[in-house]
Write a protein that binds this ligand. Structure first.
Ligand code: GTP
Length: 400
């Protein structure tokens, strides 16, 4: 019984996107656990896709007006052409004035605007087509084409990398609108039954959600590969700078503290020289794991290069940062292959206390203090003391 249950779970798991690690699967459900970098990349992609969609519609909407001209009589054609012109202008505005800013709220707003334009066009065109027009033959066929718009919108959702929750919300809005139109007897499409049309829309919603979620899975995997350091698995320098920039902007906007620690392992070269590069790699991984185990969830550890790490501590003043480092170091940084403890020289800087103008200045200051800690004898922490100026503290001491 347990065996068949296990094999069922295994088969079910094999259906999930294989490019994702197990811990990442949860990110497909809701945007809540997405990292800052993933949020930023996804927001940029969504706004760019919205603009691509807007471009396509800005071209197609007026072109279809030529078909209207050929099949509808004067007043109806003119009314529809006006609707098309207004929709086309709205799409052009969206294309020209909406730029990605790396913010998810902005991305949701752009999708809403993109869907609002055809929805308004749909309502206006149906009102015109329904106003006592008795259409027959070719004109009736073309008029039926107008009723396909909700299906096009639903299928269009497939071009966005969305979570299950987001897909459900967007598809539900479209399905509700279609249901309401049917309830008000407003459906103009000549389906064998309204329920048939609704069922098709629901089917398209299912396929679209699968496409959106698969896109998101690829995106999560690609972002992970792009931002992670392959040896230690923590953030690499390029993505780290992006994170630092984001944290800096948030701290400045909210006027909160932001502490940065530049951590450089001491005498690392001797590990490679005496025990080989592989032993050096293992020591780096062990040291990284020790630091990760003792960090707060809101802090970010990244590998700046070689045996240098950056620890970004948002919402943390100098005093709290020193306590956090003390806690981190009290558990040790791992061991050298000969059993001796690994030590580090650390430079600490804080946005408000040190009065830095931008994140480059904060980084430079932490880096300079790390060098002071090195030249002051290693295994030291250097920070700015209110009264005594830049101060060194030996990390072999129990409390800075
Ligand atoms: N095994 C291994 N070694 C690395 C890696 N990246 C950098 N290193 C080594 O880290 C050492 C850094 O040497 P140095 O810059 O002289 O620094 P150090 O020996 O730690 O001396 P101090 O920083 O002055 O205490 C070099 O030997 C690099 O080859 C890596 O990914 N794996």
């Amino acid at each position: 019984m347990t065996e068949s249950c296990d094999s069922f779970t295994h088969r079910l798991a094999s259906l999930l996107p294989s490019e994702l690690e197990r811990t990442e699967l949860i990110q497909l459900l809701s945007p809540r656990g997405h990292s800052l970098i993933l949020k930023r990349r996804r927001a940029t992609l969504i706004v760019n896709r919205v603009r691509m969609f807007a471009f396509l519609f800005a071209v197609l909407t007026p072109l279809w007006g030529l078909i209207d001209l050929a099949v509808f009589s004067y007043p109806l054609w003119m009314g529809l052409a006006t609707c098309r012109l207004l929709a086309c202008l709205a799409f052009i505005c969206l294309l020209l004035f909406y730029r990605p800013r790396g913010n998810m709220l902005d991305a949701y707003r752009s999708i809403t605007l993109l869907f609002a334009i055809p929805t308004l066009f749909y309502i206006a065109s149906h009102t015109l087509l329904g106003e006592g027009q008795h259409l027959t033959g070719l004109s009736a066929m073309v008029a039926t084409g107008y009723a396909f718009l909700p299906f096009v919108l639903m299928a269009g959702l497939a071009i966005f990398p969305l979570t299950v929750k987001e897909s459900l919300i967007l598809a539900s809005v479209l399905l509700l609108a279609q249901g309401l139109a049917g309830y008000l007897n407003w459906a103009t499409l000549n389906w064998p039954s309204f329920a048939g049309g609704f069922w098709l829309l629901a089917l398209i919603a299912g396929v679209t959600a699968l496409a959106s979620i698969s896109q998101l899975a690829f995106m999560i995997a690609l972002v992970r590969q792009a931002v992670r350091d392959p040896l230690t698995g923590i953030l690499s320098r390029g993505s780290g700078e992006e994170i630092l920039g984001l944290q800096w902007s948030t701290a400045r906007r909210r006027n909160t503290c932001l502490s940065l620690a530049f951590i450089d392992l001491d005498h690392f070269k001797t590990i490679n020289d005496r025990f080989g590069h592989e032993a050096g790699d293992r020591a780096l991984c062990e040291s990284t794991q020790h630091m990760l185990d003792n960090l707060r969830g809101s802090d970010s550890l990244l590998r700046w290069g070689g045996e240098e790490f950056l620890l970004i501590m948002p919402d943390t003043d100098l005093q709290q940062a020193r306590q956090a480092l003390q806690r981190l170091l009290s558990k040790g940084l791992g061991h050298r292959p000969d059993g001796q403890p690994l030590t580090a020289s650390i430079g600490l800087a804080e946005r408000c206390f040190d009065g830095c103008g931008d994140y480059h200045a904060l980084l430079e200051l932490a880096d300079r203090r790390m060098y002071m800690a090195k030249s002051g004898g290693r295994n030291q922490l250097c920070w700015q003391d209110e009264r005594e100026g830049e101060r060194l503290f030996s990390l072999s001491h129990p409390r800075p």
